[in-house]
Design a protein around this ligand. Sequence first.
Ligand SMILES: *Cc1c(COP(=O)(O)O)cnc(C)c1O
Length: 393
Amino acid sequence: MSGSNSAFETLAVRVGVARSQFQEHGEAMYLTSSFVFDDAAQAAQRFSGEDEGMVYSRYTNPTVQMLETRLAALEGAECCVATASGMSAILGVVMSLMQAGEHVVASRSLFGATVQLFNGVLKRFGIETTFVEPTRPEQWLSAVRPNTRLLFVETPSNPLTELVDIAELSAIARQSGALLVVDNCFCTPALQRPLEHGADIIVHSATKYLDGQGRVLGGAVLGRKEVIQAPMTSFLRSAGPTLSPFNAWVILKGLETLKLRMQAHSKSALDVARWLEQHPRVTRVYYPGLASHPQHDLAKRQQSTGGGIVSFEVDGGRDEAWKVIDATQMISITANLGDAKSTITHPASTTHGRLSPEVRESAGITEGLVRISVGLEAAEDITADLELGLSSI
Ligand SMILES: *Cc1c(COP(=O)(O)O)cnc(C)c1O
């Protein structure tokens, strides 16, 4: 195992390897639901937590722990608890740190299912959420109440790539006695490390770039040990949205190439964004790496590159956006992102389709908006495919 002073690339390959007695070189996949004890006394000690060894894969598994150790090192976090999906990571933060009657202030520019979770499911259990304009600090401040436990944000946001100044928001969280949670899905620790800017908790959908090849679902919660470890482990132990060791292994191996992939995604995304910006059928391009992005300076301070997600507005509405999508031949029509394969989607009728038209409109998700997750194909093949789409309208 490499020391925590090592570079990101080294940690991504070396940290967290726990070898068995066979001294395997590749990380082992422990597909087992339970673990055997030497005797009844050891079983009792494992169950009570006096002995920290493995018990049952709902809350302890060596492959899952290898992933947790490695991802914690990459985010610079004391502690990481992996979960079955990104959504169960977000649910876990709320279930393990909040009570009925408490309050969340959240960005109104969040992943669609996250809005549904706060606005629908959690509301029924007595947790209220106020949604604010993410880039307006005064709205966060005035929404905070004495019972506010969490501020919740994605930066850059999906699909409009709006940025939030994490350091500024963390000052508001501290002043309010709340914890700042950042969904770091779009950047991953290869491009942005929110804890260094003052965030308290990071959530991940490992389904996206951490796996990076569209194979499995997974999630994670990271932060200080005293905030995360006992509450999240207890949540997994009693509620069960656990990451499978198979999925953990896939994501663990994905981390080894994370930085290389994020650099390649970012480089192609910038090429594609620049190409779109000069296209006559495109009225607006959203990408933090473009000088025309309203928060380009913040992007340069807070992230190392612009990331792989580019959104743009076609000249027209839903009909034109759908035409562009349907006329592409290579890019996959799917709502997933963070895959080696480029994907294209119409947020207003898919990922954000369950939101009311008013909520969608206020979030800036227009009918002409198209989102691409720029994959690892050559940028010129991606733009050639987009040209097929754009020249069809
Ligand atoms: C996909 C996604 C999630 C949810 O993750 P799952 O692994 O699909 O449950 C949460 N936040 C963001 C920003 C996402 O893109």
